[in-house]
Design a binder for this molecule. Structure first.
Ligand code: FES
Length: 167
């Protein structure tokens, strides 16, 4: 993993394959929004829904350690309980060895828990088995390059109005 680039650390988001340059003090979701990307959320960055959660693929050492609020939000996922923002998924179990958030960012065997804000983001209970490497995009800041995985991230469509303001 390279050192931070001149414009700031770069977070590559898979499977979209986009690279987000993250400015100082900015969270990953804030960088995505600034750069014109939709990132799944239902609480819009309040740390309450966990829909923004991402899987860290590489560069976990470049992520600022989670605070107690992030730990509290993710803990239900890791303990097998459905998170507050994950409606209709029950029986998510099978996660072992949860020993604080340092473990969250470094657990192995990550298995793709993704956002649930839209049809493309809905996951089944089986997707919650063996979760690990999870962080909240609305909380996590980076000090260097990283690669994360988050389904549902896409470029926001823009509409241009004509000169008279009509479409
Ligand atoms: S946006 Fe809801 S928890 Fe991050």
């Amino acid at each position: 993993m390279k050192d931070p680039r001149p414009g700031g650390p770069v977070v590559r988001v898979e499977p979209l394959g986009v690279e987000l340059t993250v400015e100082s003090g900015e969270t990953i979701i804030e960088a995505a929004w600034r750069l014109g990307y939709h990132w799944p959320t239902t609480c819009h960055g309040q740390g309450a829904c966990t829909v923004c959660r991402l899987e860290v693929v590489r560069g976990a050492e470049h992520l600022v350690a989670p605070d107690a609020e992030e730990v509290g939000a993710l803990e239900p996922l890791l303990s097998g309980r459905p998170p507050r923002g994950l409606v209709g998924v029950e029986g998510a179990a099978g996660v072992e060895g949860v020993a604080g958030m340092e473990g969250v960012a470094r657990m192995e065997g990550a298995a793709g828990v993704e956002g649930v804000a839209g049809p493309a983001d809905v996951v089944g209970a089986s997707d919650l088995m063996g979760v690990g490497n999870l962080r909240l995009a609305c909380r996590v800041r980076v000090t260097g390059d990283a690669v994360v995985r988050k389904k549902g991230v896409h470029r926001v469509q823009t509409v241009t109005l004509s000169d008279d303001g009509l479409l």
